[in-house]
Design a binder for this molecule. Structure first.
Ligand SMILES: *Cc1c(COP(=O)(O)O)cnc(C)c1O
Length: 866
C-alpha cells in the first residue's frame, strides 16, 4: 500500500522510488532525519520508511518549511541528474553509438534492501547500471525478482551455517509494477511442456536514469510450480534453474518489448548477456525474426541476432558454468517450437561438439559464445584464461587468436567510497583532484590532505568497523543460543588501534577461506603478538548445497570461538552490501588468497582501494594487472606445485611471512606524531593510482567504446529489414562450411636469404585448392613471428597474400612480400581462413587450414639481427 503523503511532501515518493538515493548521501541523510526510529525499523529503506511514519508525524513535517524545502531541493537535484547531458550525450561522439542497450543478468546487487544477489556477479551488475546511469548510457537492465532473494545466513551453536529465506514484499520495495494503459498489470508468458504456461509480471526498479525490469512469476494465474519459478536465487533443482533461465532469457526479451511499447522507449540494439544464465534471450530473438514481419529462415535469424549480442564470461571454474541435461532442454524447447525448425538445430547451439565435450549436455556458456558477435572476460588475465578455456570452439586457431577480449571490472565509486572519506577528500582536494587522482599525492604544503588528518580518518573508519563488529558479534551469539550473561566479552572484541585485516567474499573452495588457518599456532602468534598484533574480520556465505564451503565456515568459526583469540578474530554472519560498506573502509588491509588463476576478477579489493585500504593478495584477477609494487602486496604463488596441499602450505607460509615481516612492521612504524609515514605513502599511492582505474565508470566507458558501439554498428547492418545482408552471410557461411574439407594449401615457396636481417623482405607464393570457393571467400595468410621455446610462434603478426591468378591444375595462386620485423629466431606459417567483410574478423567461423610443413619448399628458421 502506498502511503498518502501530504501535498507538500509528495516528492518524497519520487525520491524514495528512484534508487539513486542509495548512492546519494544527502538523500539518505534526509530520509534518516525525518524519523530516526522509523528509519531503523525500516531497515534504512526509504520506501519502507514512508510506510512507517505516522500520518501525524507527516503533518508535523509538512508544516516545517525547512523540511519541505530540502525535499524540494533534493527532488530538483534528482531531476537535474535524470535529465542533463552526461558523458554519453556530450563527450562520447560516435555515429554508431547505440540508442539502447539491454543488460541481462541473473542477479543484481543494487542495495542491501533488495537482496537480489549472491556475490560479486550481482554487485558488478548493479555497479554497471549505476555507472551507466552516471554516464548517461541508455541501458535497460533485465533480471528476475526473487521472492526471497538469496538466503539470510546465521550460525548454529557449533558454527554450522543456517539458511533462512525471509519473504520480500515487492510492494514494500523501491519497485513499480509495469501496467497497461487500462491499469492492469502488464504480463508476459511462455509455454512450458505438457501444456503448462509460465506467466510473469514485470517490476521496474528505477536505478537513476536506468530502468531495471524484474520478472516475477508469483502471479495468481500460474500453477503452483510456475508461481515458484522466481522463489529464490540459485536454489532448487536443475529443472527449476532451467525454468528460471528460460524466464530470464525468453521472458526477458518479451518484457523488453512490452516496456518499449508502454513507454515509447527505443528497442535495444545491443543485447549484453552477463554470464550464461540469460543465453536463451537469443532463442527468443530468433523466434521474433522467424515469426514476425521478417519471416526469415533460421540461418538468417541467427546471423541477425548474433550481430547485436555481447557475451561476458565471469568464471574460469568449470563448476561455475551452467550445463543442463540436453534431454531436459529438448523437452522445454520443444514446447516453444520455431516455425519449420528442427529443435535439434537450436540444441546444437549449446552443444559441446568439440574434443573433450560431453554430448549429453547443453552448455549455456557455449550458447552465449556461439550467439555473440563479441565476447569478453573480466580482467586481462581472465581474458587469457578464457581464451584457453574455450579455445576448442575455434579449433583452427591458436589460443592467443581466440576472439575473447577482456574488460576489467570496476566498482561504483559513490556506492563504495565511504561518505565520510569522500567528504574529507572534498575538503582538501575539490579544486585540484584530477581524473588521474593525483590530488592524493599533494603534500600538506600544497593543500593536500595532511598526514594526521588522513590517519585520523583511518582510525575513525576502523573504529566504526569495530563498533559494528561488536554489535554483530553479540547478535550472532544470541542467535547461536548464548545467553546475554555469557557474551559480555563481545562488547570489547577487536581494538580500534590494531592493524585490521579483512576477508569477505563467497566461500567456494577456490577462494580458500581457511588458508589463513594452515598453521593455527602461527596465526595465533600473529593475532596475539604483544608488540605488533593483527586482528581479522571475516565474513562470507557458502552456497547451501556446497557442503565443503559450509564446512570451511565451521572450521573458521570454531577457530575464532577460542577464548585465546576471540578478541582478535571474528566471523560476522550474513555478509551483505551493508556490511561491506562498513567493512571495506574500516580495514587497513584487504586479504585475498584465491587459487590462481581461478579468480576471474574480484572486486572487493577495489572497493577497499577507494577508501585507502591496502591490498594483500595473490596476483590473480584485477590485482594481477594493477599491482605495481608499491600499492599493496603480492602474495607469492606456488603455481607449478601439483600437490594442492603442499601448494596451500607454501602460499600460506608466504602470507604469514609477509604479514609478520613487512605489513605489520610498516603499520606500527610511527613517527613522533604517532603517524606511520610509510604506510600513508602507500595509501596515497593506492588512492592516486588505483582510484581512477578501479571505477566502474572506466569499465562502462570501455564497454561502450570497445564493445557496445561496434556491436551496434554490426547489428545496424545485419539486423535490419529486409535482412538481405544477414541472409547473404548465412548462405555464405553454409557454403564455406560445406566446402571446407576440400580446402588445402598445396604448396608454399618462400624466398628467404640464408642469413636474414631485420627489415629484409621475403617474398612468398602459395598455391591452394579451394574446392569451388572463390579467392574472395578466403584469406591466405602468412603468420610470422618469433619461435618460442615450445616451437610455437610468439608475438606473431598476420599478413594477407594477394590473389595472383591460377596455377597448375587450377589451383589458386597467392603471393606477397613480408618484411621481417622481429629479431631472434623467426618462423612463419601459411594458412587459409574464410574471410567475409561482414564477419567480425577471420576467426569467426573457427576454421583455418594450415600448410603442411612438407608443402613448404623453403622453410626458414633464421637467426635475425646483426
Ligand atoms: C564486492 C562484494 C562481493 C564480491 O567480492 P569479490 O572480492 O569479488 O569476491 C561479494 N559480496 C558482497 C556483499 C560485496 O560487496
Amino acid at each position: 500500500m502506498r502511503t498518502v503523503l501530504p501535498n507538500e511532501l509528495a516528492v518524497l515518493d519520487t525520491l524514495a522510488r528512484n534508487l539513486r538515493w542509495c548512492w546519494n548521501e544527502p538523500t539518505v541523510k534526509y530520509f534518516a532525519s525525518l524519523d530516526p526510529d522509523a528509519w531503523e525499523r525500516a531497515g534504512h529503506d526509504p520506501v519502507a520508511l514512508l510506510g512507517e511514519i505516522s500520518p501525524e508525524r507527516f503533518q508535523q513535517l509538512a508544516a516545517d518549511s525547512a523540511v519541505v524545502e530540502e525535499a524540494q531541493q533534493l527532488a530538483a537535484d534528482l531531476n537535474l541528474y535524470l535529465t542533463e547531458d552526461k558523458w554519453y550525450q556530450s563527450e562520447f561522439s560516435n555515429s554508431d553509438k547505440p540508442a539502447a542497450i539491454a543488460y541481462f543478468s541473473a542477479e543484481f546487487g543494487i542495495t542491501t534492501v533488495m537482496p537480489q544477489y549472491s556475490g560479486g556477479l550481482g554487485i558488478l551488475a548493479g555497479d554497471h547500471l549505476k555507472s551507466a546511469s552516471d554516464l548517461g548510457v541508455p541501458i535497460v537492465g533485465v533480471g528476475l525478482l526473487y521472492g526471497a532473494g538469496y538466503f539470510r545466513q546465521s550460525l548454529s551453536r557449533d558454527g554450522w551455517q543456517r539458511e533462512t529465506y525471509p519473504l520480500l514484499d515487492p510492494h514494500n520495495l523501491p519497485l513499480t509494477l509495469l501496467r497497461e494503459a487500462d491499469g492492469s498489470a502488464a504480463r508476459i508468458s511462455l509455454p512450458l511442456p505438457e501444456g503448462r504456461v509460465l506467466n510473469a509480471q514485470i517490476w521496474v526498479a528505477q536505478v537513476g536514469r536506468v530502468p531495471l525490469l524484474l520478472l516475477d512469476s508469483d502471479v495468481p494465474d500460474n500453477d503452483d510450480a510456475s508461481r515458484s519459478v522466481t522463489d529464490r536465487l540459485y536454489g532448487g533443482s536443475a529443472e527449476h534453474r532451467l525454468e528460471q533461465e528460460l524466464l530470464l532469457g525468453v521472458g526477458g526479451v518479451k518484457a523488453l518489448r512490452v516496456y518499449s511499447r508502454l513507454t515509447g522507449t527505443p528497442r535495444p540494439e545491443v543485447y549484453h548477456c552477463n554470464e550464461g544464465h540469460a543465453g536463451f534471450m537469443s532463442v527468443e530473438r530468433i523466434r521474433e525474426l522467424m515469426e514476425g514481419e521478417a519471416q526469415v529462415d533460421l540461418g538468417t535469424a541467427i546471423e541477425a541476432v548474433r550481430s547485436g549480442t555481447l557475451f561476458t564470461t565471469h568464471t574460469p571454474v568449470p563448476a561455475g558454468i551452467d550445463r543442463f541435461d540436453k534431454n531436459t532442454v529438448r523437452t522445454y524447447l520443444s514446447a516453444m517450437p520455431l516455425p519449420g525448425v528442427d529443435v535439434e538445430d537450436i540444441l546444437a547451439l549449446g552443444n559441446e561438439s568439440y574434443e573433450g565435450g560431453n554430448p549429453h549436455v547443453f552448455n549455456m556458456a557455449v550458447l552465449g559464445l556461439r550467439m555473440a558477435r563479441k565476447a569478453n572476460g573480466v580482467a586481462k588475465l581472465h581474458g587469457k584464461v578464457s581464451r584457453g578455456m574455450f579455445a576448442s570452439l575455434w579449433p583452427g586457431f591458436d589460443v592467443p587468436e581466440v576472439p575473447i577480449t577482456s574488460v576489467t571490472n570496476g566498482v561504483h565509486g559513490p556506492t563504495w567510497r565511504s561518505p565520510s572519506f569522500q567528504s574529507m577528500a572534498l575538503d582538501y582536494m575539490s579544486v585540484l583532484e584530477d581524473a588521474e587522482g593525483n590530488g592524493w599525492l599533494k603534500s600538506e604544503d600544497q593543500g593536500g590532505v595532511p598526514d594526521e588528518v588522513l590517519w585520523n580518518k583511518r582510525r575513525e573508519l576502523r573504529s566504526a568497523l569495530v563498533d559494528s563488529a561488536r554489535e554483530r558479534a553479540r547478535a550472532a551469539w544470541l542467535e547461536r543460543g548464548a545467553s546475554p550473561a555469557e557474551i559480555g566479552w563481545t562488547g570489547s572484541i577487536l581494538d580500534p588501534d590494531v592493524l585490521t585485516i579483512g576477508f569477505a567474499r563467497r566461500v567456494p573452495t577456490y577462494k580458500r577461506l581457511t588458508l589463513m588457518l594452515s598453521d593455527p599456532e602461527r596465526l595465533t602468534r600473529l593475532l596475539t603478538d604483544p608488540e605488533r598484533p593483527i586482528q581479522l574480520v571475516i565474513a562470507g556465505k557458502s552456497h547451501p548445497d556446497d557442503e565443503q564451503g559450509v564446512g570451511l565456515i565451521q572450521k573458521l568459526v570454531q577457530f575464532a570461538d577460542n577464548p585465546k583469540v576471540r578478541d582478535r578474530i571474528v566471523f560476522l554472519p550474513n555478509y551483505d552490501m551493508g556490511m561491506a560498506q562498513v567493512m571495506m573502509p574500516g580495514c587497513d588491509v584487504w586479504l585475498n588468497n584465491p587459487l590462481r588463476p581461478l579468480e576471474a576478477s574480484g572486486t572487493s579489493g577495489m572497493k577497499c582501494a577507494l577508501n585507502g585500504a591496502l591490498n594483500l593478495s595473490i596476483l590473480d584477477g584485477w590485482w594481477d594487472e594493477m599491482y605495481d609494487g608499491s600499492n599493496g602486496w603480492a602474495i607469492p604463488t606456488a603455481d607449478g606445485i601439483e600437490d594442492p596441499q603442499r601448494r596451500d602450505q607454501l602460499e600460506a607460509q608466504a602470507l604469514y611471512d609477509l604479514i609478520e615481516n613487512t605489513v605489520a612492521p610498516r603499520f606500527y612504524d610511527r613517527d613522533e606524531r604517532g603517524v606511520p609515514r610509510r604506510w600513508l605513502e602507500m595509501m596515497r599511492h593506492t588512492l592516486a593510482t588505483l582510484g581512477p582505474k578501479v571505477q566502474a565508470t572506466r569499465m562502462v566507458r570501455d564497454y561502450v567504446t570497445n564493445l557496445y558501439t561496434p556491436v551496434a554498428a554490426a547489428s545496424r547492418t545485419l539486423d535490419a529489414a529486409p535482412w538481405e545482408q544477414a541472409r547473404d552471410l548465412a548462405q555464405w557461411k553454409a557454403k564455406v562450411r560445406g566446402a571446407w574439407s576440400g580446402v588445402h594449401v598445396d604448396f608454399v615457396d618462400a624466398q628467404v636469404p640464408d642469413v636474414a636481417e631485420l627489415g629484409d623482405r621475403v617474398s612468398i607464393t602459395a598455391e591452394v585448392s579451394l574446392d569451388g570457393l572463390d579467392p574472395e571467400d578466403v584469406a591466405v595468410q602468412v603468420v610470422s613471428g618469433r619461435v618460442g621455446s615450445d616451437d610455437r610462434l610468439e608475438d606473431f603478426s598476420i599478413a594477407n597474400l594477394q590473389a595472383d591468378g591460377v596455377g597448375a591444375d587450377g589451383r589458386r595462386r597467392f603471393m606477397g612480400e613480408e618484411t621481417l620485423g622481429v629479431s631472434g629466431p623467426v618462423g612463419y606459417a601459411v594458412r587459409v581462413v574464410p574471410s567475409h567483410p561482414l564477419m567480425d574478423g577471420d576467426t569467426e567461423l573457427g576454421l583455418a587450414v594450415n600448410a603442411e610443413p612438407s608443402s613448404v619448399r623453403s622453410h626458414t628458421h633464421t637467426t635475425m639481427g646483426r
